[in-house]
Design a protein around this ligand. Structure first.
Ligand code: SF4
Ligand code: F3S
Ligand code: FES
Length: 237
């Protein structure tokens, strides 16, 4: 079938502002939007620039705005996007981050926030002979937030982040949650101190865009609420 795509284009070396490219591609209804973008790049205009790697919803590199919603291009079917867009699929880069070219945004501000929450296990006890054990219940405590693939769909869909780019954002809080509630970790207090700063969790106004955007179905607002509670009570229980 023929599929119409409107893609926001921008080449900083040539363009003074973004413009819309219109393309017609061949696709099957069960192809993904990523396949349609590949068609444009491979058969119509090789200058179209986008990120992608796994094509299976694992690497998180092809988050973009499809019909006005942040999603992974490899997880949205052409037929679904066409129905939603009434016959045309609109594709834009993620909002709230500087555009490098076409659909590629500068992820560095996003990863800078990720690094702030110390995204690694901290344990100063001498290593045991074998692994550091935890019970199934202890593992379950942070299971949901281990699913994050750092795609940035959540943070860049958050109006609090749009209003103030200093907000650490839901993705960094999700990642912090993954370590704060890990029974083997010893740096929860330091992470909670960081998240209690003016740019931290209190900037979340429970708007829920992040939950809607997350391709992994993570209960982000629940994680944020648990972090807020841990700050207020000083307990991780
Ligand atoms: Fe992506 Fe979800 Fe992780 Fe946010 S929480 S970065 S939307 S996987
Ligand atoms: Fe933003 Fe999600 Fe909170 S959209 S305001 S981080 S609930
Ligand atoms: Fe890896 Fe889509 S290309 S998540």
């Amino acid at each position: 079938m023929k599929v119409r795509l409107r893609i926001q284009r921008f080449n900083p070396e040539k363009d003074r502002k973004p413009w819309w490219g219109e393309y017609e591609v061949e696709a099957e209804p069960v192809d993904r939007v990523l396949d349609a973008l590949h068609y444009v790049k491979w058969y119509i205009d090789g200058t179209l620039t986008l990120r992608r790697s796994c094509a299976h919803g694992i690497c998180g590199s092809d988050a973009m705005r499809i019909n006005g919603r942040n999603r992974l291009a490899c997880k949205v079917l052409v037929r679904e996007a066409l129905a939603e867009g009434r016959g045309v699929i609109t594709v834009q880069p993620l909002p709230g981050l500087p555009v490098i070219k076409d659909l590629v945004v500068d992820m560095e501000p996003f990863f800078a926030k990720y690094r702030m929450i110390m995204p690694y296990l901290v344990n100063n006890d001498p290593p045991p002979e074998r692994e550091r054990l935890q019970t199934p219940e202890e593992r379950e405590r942070y299971d949901d937030t281990t699913k994050c693939i750092l795609c940035a769909a959540c943070t860049t869909s958050c109006p609090s982040f749009w209003a103030n780019g200093e907000y650490i954002g839901p993705a960094a809080i999700v990642q912090a949650h993954r370590f704060i509630f890990d029974s083997r970790d010893q740096a929860a207090a330091e992470r909670l101190r960081i998240l209690n700063e003016w740019f931290g969790v209190w900037r979340c106004r429970t708007i829920f865009n992040c939950v809607e955007a997350c391709p992994r179905g993570i209960q982000i607002t629940r994680a944020i609420e648990e972090v807020k509670q841990a700050i207020l009570t000083g307990r991780l229980g």
